[in-house]
Design a protein around this ligand. Structure first.
Ligand code: DSN
Length: 401
C-alpha cells in the first residue's frame, strides 16, 4: 500500500488483534479468502436493483455473485428455495431489522421485543434507535428469579398487547431459545415471528443450536459473529406468507439502502461456503465447550454468571455483585490493560447505568477460531480472576485513603 499513514494504522491494528485475547462476543477473525473478496474489484461497481433488474449496465457479474450468495445462504441452512427467499443486500444488522419492520408493520403499530437492558438489541425497541421512534414497542425481559426467558409471561404480554410482530433473538442472552414456544406466542397474538439469530447463526449452521427456520416467518442474521464472515447481514423470508419476500426486497432497496456492496456480498458468499464444510461443525461445537469451560471456571473462582451458565458462545458475568465486586467499566478497563478485550454490559435488572453497568459480556467465537480449547479457557479465566481481584484491591485501597 502506498498510503503510509493508513498502512501504519492497519499494521498497528493487526498487531493489536494478534497480541490481545478477544472475548468480544460479536467479533471473530475472517479467513484470508473473505478478506480477498472484500478487497476485490467488485467494490467498484454500482448495482442498484436485484439480479436481472438492475438500473445500470455492466452487471452480469454482479448478478452472478448475488445469485451465488443467495444459493449458498439457502443451502447452509437447508432451506427449500420453493419455500424460502433470501435477500443478501443489507449492509448490516440494524438496517436489516429496520427493513423487516418497514416491510411488515405499518408505522406507529406495535412490535414486541426484548428490552435492551435485559439482553435485546438497540433495534429491538430502544427509543435511542429509529426503530423505537417509528413503531410502538412493547418490551419483554427475563424472569428475575432464573434470569431466563419466562415464556408464560411473554404469552401474557402478547395476548394483552397484540403486537403485529414479535422479535426473538438477542445480543446478551446466553440461553437456548425455544422457537416452538415463540411461535405459539406469536400465533396467540396473530403476529409475525421474526428471528434475529445474528449471534447464534454460526451455531445454528454448525448444528449445535436449534434452528428458528421451522417456526419463524422471517429470519435475519448478521454474518460476522459466530458465522465468521464479513460485516454484513441477510434476511430470509417465507415465500408462502402474504408476499413477504417482495415486501422485504422493496424495504431493503429502495426503501432503506441504495446500491448493494458487491464486494461484501462476495465475501459473505465465501464465508457461507466455509460454514458448509464439516470442520465448521467441530468449530461450532468447540465454541460452546469453550464458553462453558470459561463460565464454569469463573464461577468456581467466585464470579456470578448470569443465569448460572450458558448454552451458547456468550455469557454475562456480574462483576459488581451488589457492591461486593467491581463495576463493569472498571473491570473492562483493567482487563484491556492486561490484554484481554471484553465489553462492559448491563445485567438483567441492573441497578447501575448502561455507561457503567454491573457486568461484562464474554464470548468465545474469536478465540476458538484461533484454535483455543477448554484448557486455554481455564487459563484465561484464572487470568481474568487475577486481574479483577487486583483491580478490586486497588479500588479498595484508594477508597480508604
Ligand atoms: N453490537 C453487536 C453486539 O455486540 O452484540 C450487536 O449489533
Amino acid at each position: 500500500m502506498k498510503d503510509k499513514q493508513v498502512l501504519k494504522i492497519i499494521r498497528a491494528e493487526r498487531a493489536r488483534q494478534k497480541k490481545t485475547i478477544n472475548l468480544i462476543a460479536s467479533e471473530n477473525y475472517v479467513s484470508s479468502d473473505v478478506r480477498e473478496a472484500l478487497g476485490s474489484e467488485l467494490t467498484n461497481k454500482y448495482a442498484e436493483g436485484y439480479p436481472g433488474l438492475r438500473y445500470y449496465a455492466g452487471n452480469a457479474h454482479s448478478d452472478e455473485i448475488e445469485n451465488l450468495c443467495k444459493q449458498r445462504a439457502l443451502k447452509l441452512f437447508h432451506l427449500d428455495k420453493k419455500k424460502w427467499a433470501v435477500n443478501v443486500q443489507p449492509l448490516s444488522g440494524s438496517p436489516a431489522n429496520l427493513a423487516v419492520y418497514a416491510a411488515l408493520v405499518p408505522f406507529g403499530e406495535t412490535i414486541m421485543g426484548m428490552a435492551l437492558d435485559q439482553g435485546g438489541h438497540l433495534t429491538h425497541g430502544s427509543k435511542a434507535s429509529l426503530a423505537g421512534k417509528l413503531w410502538k414497542h412493547i418490551s419483554y425481559g427475563v424472569s428475575p428469579k432464573t434470569e431466563m426467558l419466562d415464556y408464560a409471561e411473554l404469552l401474557r404480554i402478547a395476548k394483552k398487547e397484540k403486537p403485529r410482530l414479535i422479535i426473538a433473538g438477542f445480543t446478551a442472552y446466553s440461553r437456548a431459545i425455544d422457537w416452538r414456544k415463540m411461535r405459539t406466542i406469536a400465533n396467540a397474538a396473530a403476529a409475525y415471528l421474526h428471528a434475529d439469530m445474528s449471534h447464534i447463526a454460526g451455531l445454528v449452521a454448525g448444528g449445535v443450536s436449534a434452528s428458528p427456520f421451522p417456526y419463524a416467518d422471517t429470519v435475519m442474521t448478521t454474518t460476522h459473529k459466530t458465522l465468521r464472515g464479513p460485516r454484513s447481514a441477510i434476511i430470509f423470508s417465507r415465500i408462502d406468507k402474504r408476499e413477504l419476500p417482495g415486501k422485504i426486497d422493496k424495504a431493503v432497496f429502495p426503501g432503506i439502502q441504495g446500491g448493494p456492496h458487491l464486494n461484501q456480498i462476495a465475501a459473505v458468499a465465501v464465508a457461507l461456503a466455509e460454514a458448509t464444510r464439516p470442520d465448521f461443525k467441530s468449530y461450532a461445537r468447540q465454541i460452546i465447550k469453550n464458553a462453558r469451560a470459561l463460565a464454569d471456571e469463573l464461577s468456581r473462582l467466585g464470579w456470578r454468571i448470569v443465569s448460572h451458565g450458558t448454552d451458547t458462545h456468550l455469557f454475562l458475568v456480574d462483576t459488581w455483585m451488589n457492591g461486593t465486586g467491581i463495576p463493569g467499566k472498571a473491570a473492562s478497563d483493567a482487563l484491556e490493560r492486561a490484554g484481554i478485550i471484553v465489553n462492559k454490559n448491563t445485567i438483567p435488572f441492573d441497578a447501575r447505568k448502561p455507561s457503567d453497568p454491573s457486568g461484562i459480556r464474554l464470548g468465545t467465537a474469536a478465540q476458538t477460531t484461533r484454535g483455543m480449547k477448554e484448557s486455554d479457557m481455564i487459563r484465561i479465566a484464572r487470568r481474568i480472576n487475577a486481574v479483577l481481584r487486583r483491580a478490586m484491591q486497588k479500588r479498595n485501597r484508594k477508597s480508604l485513603k
